[in-house]
Design a protein around this ligand. Structure first.
Ligand code: ZN
Length: 450
């Protein structure tokens, strides 16, 4: 079967997905979004006290929201609001209509419980089927799903859609790097799905074991759930001989499938008929024009069990101006450069891990495993970037390492605009995560109290 025939409209149709949804004329899409927004506002107001109270505070009734332009008048919802509503405060339907519960990954310890009706699951699967089509994944593919199964949405989100399109799903889940390599080799995997940082561990281990991933059948990586840089994509593609696609989503909205890259790799198409994107200035809350970076705000247009109005995602991106060469009419967001809460400040300068990642990947002899350790010494805040070097580099002369350290310090200093201490560490010394990588280790408070 040729690649072209796999994603014919007929194939998409048989899986229950409207083939034209990605290609609707803008006016038609806008009409659909408007109708769905009005329904969503009505449900949210009628069924969820949080939304009713917030709308009442600004003196807006559901009937006041007539067009998409009225959206900017609605108040924002933050993660704190969701935490305060835990566990059932955001449910818009009785439990009898809820067929599944997921929870946000809760990296800060508090979680958000996310309910789905049957129709919600169908919508999510449809969104994920369209995402897989973006990546060129279809029947005949062997999909190794190394996102974790469980309350995290990654595992089942990918699983249900891949099964629905008739691909062969291998539900291996996250973790156990060596088993991933064995499965990839023995099962004839063509598509690997996991976080980019986890895939790097697979790449490293494969090299150690003498397995050349480029010789295997795997051709596509569906990588997401954390910000990652363009140099990181290049490293991954070169090392594994795959085309790496960025996928975006969050449990608070639905899970993976909110947006995904097409083969043009110039931004992620937002599935706008279900999820409406806005970009705001995180400080003022003011909407920003296309092309300007700010915080992504999302409104669901077809969710039943947990509708969401103007949710501040904390993810920093921009709307890509102009149409995509692929022909889809769905607007695109740039790849998430960082999360607004990833920011740390050193001597008054804002620094993001992604800037450090890009700088260090431009230097030969380093591995994209790094960690930023923040400490306090007296009144002075100190940031140290710990970077793993390649095994070859580490066994080399000490002078070479010193030279590399100096080069990295200079590169990173140029990239972020302030001097950061750099320390090279042996390969495999930094803690690995099976899911989202944790780049910042904040020891400032600990140092103060000890
Ligand atoms: Zn495109």
């Amino acid at each position: 079967m040729s690649d072209d025939s796999r994603f014919s409209p007929e194939t998409a149709h048989s899986s229950g997905v409207r083939p034209g949804a990605d290609f609707l004329p803008r006016a038609e899409l806008r009409q659909l979004q408007t109708e769905r927004l009005r329904q969503t506002v009505r449900i949210a107001y009628d069924k969820v006290p949080l939304f009713r109270d917030r709308l009442a505070e600004v003196g807006i009734a559901p009937n006041d929201v007539r067009t998409l332009d009225d959206l900017v008048r609605l108040p924002f919802i933050t993660k704190t609001d969701l935490h305060d509503a835990y566990p059932f405060g955001l449910f818009a339907v009785p439990m009898g209509e809820v067929v599944r519960l997921h929870a946000s990954s809760g990296t800060t310890g508090r979680q958000v419980l996310v309910p789905y009706t049957r129709a919600d699951l169908e919508m999510w699967t449809e969104a994920m089927i369209r995402s897989l089509a973006l990546f060129g994944v279809g029947r005949g593919d062997v999909v190794q799903n190394a996102y974790s199964y469980g309350l995290f949405t990654g595992g089942l989100g990918i699983h249900c859609a891949a099964e629905a399109i008739g691909a062969t799903v291998v539900p291996v889940s996250a973790g156990n790097v060596e088993r991933q390599i064995t499965v990839m080799r023995d099962f004839g995997t063509t598509v690997i799905c996991c976080t980019p940082s986890f895939f790097l561990q697979v790449v490293d281990r494969a090299q150690e074991l003498g397995v050349d991933l480029r010789q295997l059948r795997v051709r596509v990586g569906v990588l997401g759930a954390e910000p990652w840089s363009e140099p990181m994509r290049l490293r991954i593609q070169q090392a594994a001989g795959i085309e790496a696609f960025d996928i975006y989503g969050l449990a608070e909205i639905v899970g993976p499938g909110v947006a995904g890259e097409c083969s043009v790799h110039q931004g992620l198409h937002v599935l706008e008929d279900h999820f409406f994107p806005e970009i705001i200035d995180p400080a003022s809350g003011r909407p920003l024009p296309d092309g300007e970076e700010g915080e992504l705000v999302l409104t669901t247009l077809s969710k039943q069990a947990m509708p969401m109005l103007r949710y501040r995602t904390g993810d920093m991106t921009a709307i890509c101006p102009g149409p995509c060469p692929c022909g889809r009419t769905l607007r695109r967001i740039r790849r998430i450069s960082h999360r607004s809460d990833d920011l740390f400040i050193v001597r008054g300068v804002n620094v993001y891990p992604s800037q450090i990642e890009s700088a260090l990947l431009a230097v030969k002899g380093t591995l994209p495993h790094y960690q930023i350790v923040l400490t306090e010494q007296g009144d002075q805040e100190r940031a140290e970037v710990q970077i793993e070097v390649t095994p070859e580099m580490f066994s080399d002369r000490i002078g070479v390492l010193a030279e590399l350290e100096e080069k990295l310090t200079r590169k990173i200093g140029q990239a972020v605009g302030v001097h950061l201490d750099v320390r090279l560490v042996e390969p495999r010394t930094l803690v690995r995560s099976e899911g989202k990588a944790r780049r910042i280790l904040d020891q400032r408070h600990k140092v103060k109290t000890s």
